[in-house]
Every structure is written in structure tokens, then in C-alpha cells.
Design a protein around this ligand. Structure first.
Ligand SMILES: [Ca+2]
Length: 320
């Protein structure tokens, strides 16, 4: 999920949704836990478009107290982070990457690196939020247990992008629906009661209707110029045309590509490895341990140059 707002569903369907309000992005649960992600949008300057200005997540599990994290956009692409309605104070992480700060408490680990703030809930769900050009963008990684159990703007997660646009009443839009139709679909996920953000203090115009790409692409000379600047990327074009800001469009285009790469990585689950968890060895004796994996293309390597360990074979024997 990213941009103006351009959204990529959990199954990888892309669409543009410029609704104004508080929206349900994901709601899901399994036997032991439940997770909720909401997003708040505001009008992008004077453009007839909107962008995310805040995200809020709530994680509940049988073994933890409920955890709520809010990411709120502040000037100069900074993110104000709140945990259970208290401001989070990050500390320098000496073990982490340069410039990385951390906050760690029961059930949640958060890291901040410049304009990127990530939260991991109970080792299961990760939400990453970045502030760029005064717009918040988010991406999320959910555990497999939530498959077939999601609803909201991030779609119905079941491996099939063609059935992602499912409304609260259970009906589904066909793939390839127009932006106008998708706008009305998106509005069905607006939160009418109290959201995790609480009441809004800005007065929203009622019945905000965004400008659609089909209307924007009318101006031909501008388009040819922009098309080359944006390298044909539709997300970049929309943002640049709707806001009149080329660099915002380019930022969105860049993010779109980064998210695509990230999604490819996130969609891969770690391989299963069979072998003992504990090894007992005695000085002067050779101990051979066998680790195998039935997952395709798994390579075992030994880290560091430890001369006491040797690796045999591709599906290896570990000797020491
Ligand atoms: Ca789906």
C-alpha cells in the first residue's frame, strides 16, 4: 500500500483510491490473535486527491494485553509514534544498522531509521511506515495463519488477486473495474463509528469526489512531457497530474517499484529445515550432524571462518 493513495492488495492487485476519511485497511483474526490496520487520509493540498496522514494498528492475542500503535505524519517528513496513546521515545540501537533507533516492550518491537518507522507485533505482524513528500506510505506483512481471513482495502488474501475487491456485504467487484467503480468500492470500507484515531478535529467536506485518471489524462502536451519524466508509470503520472508536483509523482513511481520488490521478498516464506536443535560435542571427538530441507533451492552455508566446523554436501552434513 503506498502513495496518493495507490494501494497494492495483499494478493498484489493495484488500484488507486482517493477517498477522504478514516478507512479499514485490514481486519483479520485466527484462533489466538486478531489484527486491525486503519488509515486516515487528508486532501493533498488543493488538489482533488487525497493521501494518507496517519495509520493505526491494533494487535490482540490471548497471551498479551491489547497493543495499539499510531503513526502520525508531522512536518518535514517526521513520524510521531504513539503506543497505547503514549508518545514513543526511541533509543539508539547500537547493535542495529547505522542511524537506527529502537523501542522494545512486551509484545512489540519498533525501529526508526530516519523517516521509516516499523513495528513488529508479537513476532507475527510487521507494519512499516515511511514519510515521503509529506505523505505517509505503509506496507504490511502478515503471517500465513491470516490467509483466507482478511477484509478491508488491502483485499481478501487467498493467493488470487481477482477476488480482492470484496465489500463488507460480501459482494465482490470483477477484476479490471474502472477507477470510478473502485472509488465507490473503497468508500464501503470507510469507518463510520469511532476509529483507532479518535474523532477528527478537521472539518471534512461531505461527499468529497476525487479527480479520476481518465479526467486528468485529457491534457495531451503536458502528458507527453510527463510520460517521459515518469517513464510511463501510471502511479507517477496520476500523482504528478493531480497535484501539479512532478517530484511527488516521481517519489510515488520509485516507491511503487520498491514495494513490488519488497512484496516479492515478503511473499516468500522461510524454508523448513529438519535437524536437531541441540548438538552435544566433546573435545577431540568428531561429531557429525545432518540437516536437510525438502524446500526447493535451499543452500546451507557456514557463517564466519570457523575452522572447527566443516560443511559436507549440498544437503549437508555438519561436522565439528
Ligand atoms: Ca484475493
Amino acid at each position: 500500500m503506498f502513495g496518493d493513495p495507490h494501494i497494492t492488495t495483499l494478493d498484489g492487485a493495484n488500484y488507486t483510491f482517493n477517498g477522504l476519511g478514516d478507512f479499514l485497511l485490514v481486519r483479520t483474526r485466527d484462533r489466538n490473535s486478531s489484527f486491525l490496520l486503519q488509515g486516515r487520509t487528508a486532501q493533498t493540498g488543493s488538489a482533488q486527491a487525497t493521501n494518507f496522514i496517519a495509520f493505526a494498528a491494533e494487535y490482540n492475542s490471548s497471551s498479551l494485553d491489547p497493543i495499539t500503535v499510531q503513526w502520525l505524519l508531522e512536518p518535514s517528513d517526521t513520524i510521531h509514534v504513539r503506543l497505547n496513546n503514549q508518545t514513543v521515545t526511541f533509543e539508539t540501537n547500537r547493535d542495529g544498522a547505522k542511524g537506527q533507533e529502537m523501542f522494545n516492550t512486551s509484545g512489540v518491537v519498533m525501529t526508526r531509521n530516519g523517516s521509516v518507522v516499523s513495528a513488529n507485533f508479537d513476532g507475527a505482524v510487521t507494519i512499516s511506515v515511511i514519510a515521503l513528500s509529506n505523505i505517509l506510505h505503509a506496507s504490511c506483512s502478515l503471517p500465513e495463519e491470516y490467509q483466507n481471513r482478511t477484509e478491508g482495502l488491502m483485499g481478501f488474501w487467498n493467493g488470487n488477486p481477482d477476488d480482492d475487491f470484496r465489500m463488507p456485504n460480501g459482494s465482490t467487484l470483477p477484476p479490471g473495474s474502472s477507477e470510478e467503480v473502485l472509488f465507490h468500492y473503497g468508500m464501503t470500507w470507510e469507518i463510520n463509528g469511532t476509529s483507532l484515531f479518535g474523532k477528527r478535529d478537521d472539518n471534512l467536506p461531505s461527499n468529497f469526489t476525487p479527480v479520476f485518471f481518465s479526467q486528468l489524462s485529457g491534457n495531451k502536451s503536458l502528458n507527453e512531457n510527463l510520460t517521459s519524466t515518469c517513464n510511463g508509470d501510471k502511479h507517477c503520472l496520476y500523482d504528478a497530474l493531480a497535484t501539479g508536483n512532478k517530484s511527488l509523482g516521481l517519489d510515488t513511481g520509485m516507491l511503487f517499484r520498491t514495494y513490488q520488490q519488497m512484496n516479492t521478498t515478503l511473499n516468500q516464506y522461510p524454508p523448513s529445515i529438519e535437524g536437531p536443535d541441540v548438538m552435544e560435542a566433546y573435545v577431540g571427538q568428531v561429531k557429525v550432524v545432518n540437516y536437510t530441507s525438502s524446500t526447493k533451492d535451499v543452500t546451507f552455508t557456514l557463517r564466519n571462518n570457523c575452522t572447527d566446523f566443516k560443511l559436507f554436501g549440498k544437503n549437508p552434513w555438519l561436522g565439528l
